[in-house]
Ligand binder design. Sequence first.
Ligand code: HEC
Length: 274
Amino acid sequence: MKKTTYLASMALLGALSSMAWQPVLAQKSSADAIAEYRAALQDGNPADLNTVRGEVLWKTARGPNNVSLEQCDLGVGVGKVKGAVTKLPRYFTDTKRVMDVESRLVHCMVTLQGFKADEFTTKTAFSGEGQRATVIEDLVAYIYDESRDMPISVPQGHAAEKASYARGKKIFFFKGGPYDFSCASCHSQDDKRIRLQDLPNLTKPEPAKAAFAQWPAYRVSQGALRTMQWRMYDCFRQQRFPEMTYLSPTSVDLITFLGVNAKDGKMAAPAIKR
Ligand code: HEC
């Protein structure tokens, strides 16, 4: 990151935190400041480091079988990474399942490299506070970065893909838990906010495109790259639902729902977020 950009963003960060305690009146200007802050950081996204490490990991022989991931088929052909994330989740004939980016990546790490499927959990896939990025986080950053600026086109040709979308939609609107929340409770109105965070209306095309296009993202507040699986996990937590299992069918269905609704958005991940 350029030093001037860094200083500018630190100044903005300072401004943001001093605004945090101010009442409602400050909210509009806080949102503007956050937008400015994001723009200032965009050309120096710390996720670039994840991307670089991820590319090395992809090409390095690893795991019990000591092979690289270069023979992995992410859905656009063996060894091809470019464009893959614009078409995921999708149905794979070899596993007879609809898989999202992380499910497919883990599948390759298991089948090609010989890792054990049960090694991949929220504890091993998501880095903890202050810890270095996980292998999954770095690999995911690389895989997404290869599709930057490409149009989103999550397929709905196969019956299993349609079923996944239908379930995802149902889950999105399903109310439950101690507060009787659904995803839609927080994400189906315009200009809604929790604390200082904008709550995107994910039922509208433009915010739906932006949300899908911008995850995974580097979270400045957490100093870490966060994946789409993490995003689902954390919103489930905010909804006070039972803890979401890494790569669970529910997570994949929700991502399918979000991905199909984001059609023709332009991939911009890893992005940077507050
Ligand atoms: C209690 C409110 C709440 C519920 C319920 C909730 N979310 Fe969220 N969601 C948030 C907040 C807050 C953010 C923004 C976090 C931030 O900016 O740090 C967010 C962000 C997101 C984003 C990223 C949007 C973007 O543009 O970056 C997606 C996608 C998302 N939520 C999906 C879901 C899904 C799917 C569900 C249901 C499983 C859900 N959310 C349930 C509060 C909620």
